[in-house]
Design a protein around this ligand. Structure first.
Ligand code: GLN
Length: 540
């Protein structure tokens, strides 16, 4: 059977949760036995989000093959088994870069290079390439970033119009829209949806299905009205109301409305019934936890709710595994100072996590948090920057190297315990040049890391320029800072642990990218378990 394509556009406003919706629908088709692949098309001109400030863009998600991508790929990973690689995310910047490079080589044989057909052809190539990642793929989901009507997304919409025209039987369009409730009028309004569908139709795209984001479920009358005005079948209007407790409710909500059956009908897919029992069971745990565990996060992008998206989710997965509700306390690390009473500040926390980061702001606050955890035996989990924090803190307060630092913060320190990776010397371009993607790591036995993973060789994803300075390794180990994971066939330090501490562990990589609600990452699982033990001891 030919490959099927599902295009997802967004209308009215941004931040509707298109990625989450795409991932949820993909999960349903996957649970009906379909092998799926997912592609995010981003209309901005950056080649990738790697150079963007997390305040602008939220988290940068990294794939095994080292692509720095949109955070929606994190949703894809958590909900589905779609392959994720450089072929799973394309931006306007990448598309134009490819076309312009080809033009410079003379590949267009004297033709005028234009948005149609050259840019749209390149977009169509990316869609095809995504479906070729694995020979068994049956359905490709394509999510178009931004909102219909944006100038910059027009080439993408034109490309999917053409794509569909070339494969009429194999494509469908889902339009995710916003249906607001006007409090003053006491009414739900469908007009913005009608208008955004009009824009789509002007471009030549007629949605097959409308999915309405709304605060509450919509009445059948309202759905019928949307069907009439937007020219879709009555049974093809679905609502996606705000979830009550967890984003993991979305697939179940859509399943109850039988969206997967409708999709199979539209695409003539013959497949088994969906089996979502494991997902439903996991939701029951979320709804009926046995207790609460509180984790503090000391970072600097905490105001942006998506900047540490995968970290928050991975902590949730650990908590779900332990039948607990997760309570997150956010600490702007800039505000953690010597003047603060840290015992009071962290009194509610059962563990502290310091996530990845860059630059000086808030750095000293993170060191204080790590020092507090080490000295008070409060569980600590350091990710990337958070592991470097752990090393600098140890150097300063245990080894008494008063000005120890990472050269990222103080290039002139007399004790550069964290310094630029050798391979990074001389690199000037900022985009795509960090140590990126999956590397294998060899674990030492016994160690907390080995206990968590249960095997000696692991693979994790990286995104950094600085690294523990091996000149200090022996000195650190002698005093109880243990290096329990090292790059396979190399000497880069990937995991560090504090001896004689219930659970203080740092990793140079990003384990959060590989955690799923049904398959929590072992380190997040064990960190949460340690936090629960700390909580129980605290409560006597
Ligand atoms: N800034 C640090 C480095 O480049 C840590 C990066 C990170 O936390 N992702 O090594």
């Amino acid at each position: 059977m030919s490959l099927k394509y599902i295009f997802i556009t967004g209308g009215v406003v941004s931040s509707l949760g298109k990625g989450l919706t795409a991932a949820s629908i993909a999960l349903l088709l996957e649970s009906r036995g379909q092998k799926i692949a997912m592609l995010k098309l981003d209309p901005y001109l950056n080649v990738d989000p790697g150079t963007m400030n997390p305040f602008q863009h939220g988290e940068v998600y990294v794939t095994d093959d080292g692509a720095e991508t949109d955070l929606d790929l994190g949703h894809y990973y958590r909900y589905t088994n779609s392959p994720l690689s450089k072929a799973s995310n394309a931006t306007s910047g990448q598309i134009y870069e490819t076309v312009i490079r080809r033009e410079r080589k003379g590949d267009y044989l004297g033709k005028t290079v234009q948005v149609i057909p050259h840019i749209t052809d390149e977009i169509k190539q990316r869609i095809i390439a995504c479906g070729k990642q694995d020979k068994d793929i049956q359905v490709v989901f394509v999510e178009i970033g931004g909102t219909v009507g944006d100038i910059e997304s027009q080439p993408f919409l034109e490309a999917i119009r053409q794509f569909r025209n070339e494969r009429r039987e194999d494509c469908i369009n889902i339009h995710l829209t916003y249906v607001p409730y006007l409090k003053a009028a006491g009414e739900v309004k469908t007009k913005p949806t009608q208008h955004s569908v009009q824009i789509l139709r002007q471009i030549g795209i007629i949605p097959d299905m409308i999915l309405c984001r709304s605060e509450h479920a919509l009445s059948q009358d309202l759905k019928d009205k949307i069907a009439l005005f937007c020219n879709v079948a009555q049974e093809a209007v679905f609502d996606e109301k705000d979830v009550e407790k967890s984003i993991y409710e979305v697939p179940i909500d859509l399943y109850r409305q039988k969206i997967d059956e409708m999709l199979c009908k539209f695409l003539h897919l013959r497949c088994e019934k969906a089996d979502i029992s494991r997902w439903e069971k996991m939701l029951q745990t979320i709804f009926h936890p046995k207790g609460v565990v509180t984790i503090g996060i000391a970072g600097k992008y905490l105001d942006h709710q998506d900047a540490y998206k995968s970290v928050f989710e991975a902590l949730h997965h650990g908590a779900i595994h332990a039948d607990m509700k997760l309570n997150i306390k956010k600490f702007e690390s800039e505000k953690i100072t010597k003047e603060e009473n840290l015992s009071k500040l962290f009194s509610e926390c059962d563990g502290i996590l310091v996530p990845g980061g860059f630059g000086e702001r808030g750095w000293e606050g993170k060191i204080l948090a790590a020092q507090y955890c080490r000295e008070h035996k409060l569980p600590y989990f350091g990710i990337c920057f958070g592991m470097q924090v752990m090393g600098v803190e140890f150097a300063r307060h245990v080894l008494s190297f008063k000005d120890a630092n990472t050269t990222e913060i103080d290039p002139r320190t007399t004790h550069p315990v964290v310094s630029l990776l050798a391979e990074q010397q001389g690199i000037e371009n900022m985009g795509g040049t960090m140590r990126l993607g999956a590397y294998s790591c060899q674990l030492k036995e016994p160690s907390k890391a080995f206990k968590a993973y249960g095997k000696k060789l692991i693979s994790e994803r990286h995104r950094h320029r600085y690294e523990f300075n091996n000149k200090y390794k022996e000195l650190f180990e002698k005093e109880g800072f243990l290096f329990t994971g090292t790059l396979e066939n190399g000497d880069l330090c990937e995991i560090a642990e504090i001896k004689d501490h219930p659970w203080m562990l740092g990793v140079q990589y990003h384990p959060e990218f590989k955690s799923k609600p049904l398959d929590p990452h072992p380190l997040f699982r064990d960190f949460i378990a340690a936090a629960i033990r700390y909580r129980d001891a605290k409560n006597g």
